[in-house]
Write a protein that binds this ligand. Structure first.
Ligand SMILES: Nc1ncnc2c1ncn2[C@@H]1O[C@H](COP(=O)(O)OP(=O)(O)OP(=O)(O)O)[C@@H](O)[C@H]1O
Ligand SMILES: [Mg+2]
Length: 355
């Protein structure tokens, strides 16, 4: 590993570890022979409170740089009152995608709740409304966007940029286009960051009104890093109505709020099942939980999407229901969510995340 590389990796790891904390900054990060010294600057009033953060950073660096003796040290920022320090803490770093008006993450606390299905259908629904739409598959552990959009193959290069694939009026980029289906992917924090950076910087997206970002499930370090690295205007949280999924949804809401990303609202997926034979409605995973949760956490309820066989089949066949049956009631659930989201975004209280 070159000196520059080491430095960048360490810098990225520390940045990700302190992302959710106000009042703490990297003061310096130095490799000296077999030692790695990281000095974190904290507001004077927060010194003791930051000890667990210091320990976390140390653990992360020890794991990555096991050949080095790692010291992480807290120092107080001189000549500054703690309240001023917190107020001046930048919420976001760099805007790597200034060509996008609104970048929206579709996330969930838990896997398998229908996030990717929502992401692809929202993207198609927004394109149907005449918007210029991109879809970035940030689920680099299990990318499912290529299959759901019926796309495959390596994107072409033109003028040093990757040309995104396009389907149903949506420009699409996924790590699934770059690696073979059966390649086991072992990602480390810095690799995730550079893949995402590449998606934003090295892809010729053109000007976009909206970019939908399909996030990997969960609220761990990787998600936090992404929430911080991608200049998000807001996040949409998908949940099933069960209590356990809602608890995870709550974690998702908390994670985005910590990183200063507005939560645009909650979607309840697999909300009910209507028997195709008799028309009877069953609430297999319960019903109405996400709406109650949205009220409780002060976010918008963006809508309920029923469990429907056609939605699943269309996803598997590579043509989202919004494209395959645009005038169906199934498509209307996503179309209505898309309109509500655009309404929330145009609300003056939700500002585009700035650089
Ligand atoms: N409303 C729905 N009705 C029927 N099937 C659905 C619905 N939403 C999602 N599915 C199906 O459920 C499965 C999981 O959905 P999806 O892949 O979108 O979830 P995910 O949250 O992105 O999962 P992961 O956490 O693995 O990324 C898929 O087979 C999808 O077709
Ligand atoms: Mg998914």
């Amino acid at each position: 590993m070159s000196q520059d590389n080491k430095q960048q990796i360490a810098q990225d790891l520390v940045t990700a570890s302190i992302a959710a904390q106000d009042g703490i900054d990297i003061s310096s990060l130095t490799f000296q022979d077999d030692r790695l010294i990281c000095i974190l600057e904290v507001s004077p009033a927060l010194g003791a409170q930051m000890e667990p953060v210091r320990q976390d950073v140390e653990k992360v660096l020890i794991t990555e740089f096991s050949d080095f003796t790692v010291n992480v040290i807290l120092t107080a920022k001189r000549g500054e009152k703690s309240s001023e320090r917190i107020a001046s803490q930048p919420a976001r770093i760099e805007n790597l995608a200034p060509y996008v008006k609104h970048m929206i993450a579709v996330a969930s606390g838990k896997g398998g709740v229908g996030k990717s299905t929502v992401a692809v259908n929202l993207a198609v629904a927004l394109a149907q409304q005449g918007l210029k739409v991109g879809l970035m598959d940030a689920d680099i552990y299990g990318p499912s966007v290529p299959k759901m959009m019926g796309l495959s193959g390596r994107p072409q290069m033109q003028d040093d940029k990757l040309v995104p694939h396009e389907a149903f009026g949506v420009k699409v980029m996924s790590i699934g286009f770059m690696v073979e289906d059966d390649t086991p992917m072992i990602w480390r924090g810095p690799m995730i960051q550079s893949a995402l950076r590449q998606f934003m910087v090295d892809v010729d997206w053109g000007e976009l009104d909206v970019m939908i970002v399909d996030m990997p499930p969960g609220t761990g370090d990787a998600q936090l890093t992404m929430a911080q690295k991608v200049p998000l205007a807001g996040a949409v949280i998908v949940s099933t109505p069960q209590d356990v999924a809602l608890l995870d949804a709550r974690k998702g809401v908390a994670m985005f709020r910590k990183t200063g990303v507005p939560v645009l609202g909650l979607i309840e997926n697999m909300s009910m099942f209507t028997c195709p034979e008799c028309g009877h409605e069953s609430h297999i995973f319960g019903h109405g939980g996400a709406e109650r949760e949205a009220k409780k956490s002060g976010t918008t309820f963006l809508g309920a999407i029923p469990l429907e066989l056609d939605i699943r089949i269309q996803g598997d066949e590579g043509m989202p229901i919004t494209q395959a049956q645009p005038h169906s009631k199934y498509a209307s659930y996503y179309q209505d969510c898309a309109s509500t989201i655009m309404g929330v975004l145009s609300d003056s209280s939700v500002k585009k995340a700035s650089a």
